[in-house]
Write a protein that binds this ligand. Structure first.
Ligand code: PGA
Length: 254
């Protein structure tokens, strides 16, 4: 499977800014599609705010870039004020949806149970969840990262069934590395990715179409090394994804 490079624009942009950045992405990534090694290109996904999805989708429609959302409701329809359903995300052409991001777990109190329900809703509709997991600095210091993260993975996957050919993405994002400029050491990333992979394959079976991607202070300097590691199947990029040239450097294949 291709490596997956996901831009998480978070709540950093307004409507017009999102539109403008999507247009800049399209222009910058023109080089990507002209690349002679096109088939080897990484898969690139942009996740804007809900309100900008439709416009961003229009801009990116004729490009090599896919789009997705930053969250979803676990219900498919009904009286859930302010929520957005997987059905409407699918209608807008989303392929991927980020769920369980640590910022949502922290500020919206999103629980593992909710992440599990959201993953079910997405898989039911045929969208690919990008399930975020990751430990705090305290847990890392205490040496409990592996147990904590594999517990998060287990709870997120409880009772899930993937249809044949359905994909699953887990984003390992240590909380202490998000937005801090302090990316994980490649050796530690490898170890955590191996833990995540082992946990998923044990639950869902060894045939699972799984990608384990890394997020947390990814930039154009550390991306090549991270992407070169065998257990890292892609990157989830926050801050650096707001600059199209930087993001292009991260996403392009050498
Ligand atoms: P960052 O964010 O790249 O700005 O650290 C990553 C994320 O939160 O997904």
């Amino acid at each position: 499977m291709k490596k997956l490079i996901v831009a998480n624009w978070k709540m950093n942009l307004g409507f017009r800014e999102s539109f403008t950045l999507a247009a800049a992405y399209k222009k910058t990534f023109k080089r990507y599609s002209l690349d002679s090694a096109r088939d080897k290109n990484n898969e690139v996904v942009v996740c804007p705010s809900f309100f900008a999805l439709s416009e961003v989708a229009d801009v990116l429609e004729s490009s090599e870039i896919f789009w997705g959302a930053q969250d979803v409701s676990w219900e498919l329809k009904g009286a859930y004020t302010g929520e957005v359903s997987a059905v409407s995300l699918q209608e807008l052409g989303c392929r991927y949806v980020i769920i369980g991001h640590s910022e949502r777990r922290q500020y919206q109190g999103e629980s593992c149970r909710q992440v599990n329900l959201k993953a079910r809703a997405l898989l039911d509709i045929g969208l690919t969840p990008i399930i975020c997991v990751g430990e705090s600095w305290e847990k890392r210091q205490a040496g409990t990262s592996e147990a904590f993260v594999s517990g998060q993975v287990k709870r997120a996957l409880a009772g899930l069934k993937l249809k044949p050919m359905q994909d699953l993405v887990i984003a390992y994002e240590p909380i202490w590395a998000i937005g801090t400029g302090k990316a994980i050491k490649p050796r530690d990333a490898e170890l955590m990715h191996a833990v995540v992979r082992k946990t998923v394959l044990k639950i869902l079976g060894s045939e699972t179409r799984l990608r384990v991607i890394y997020g947390g202070s990814v930039d154009e300097r550390n991306a090549p090394e991270l992407l070169g590691l065998p257990d890292i199947d892609g990157l989830l990029v926050g801050g650096a994804s707001l600059k199209p040239d930087l993001f292009y450097k991260i996403a392009k294949v050498e």
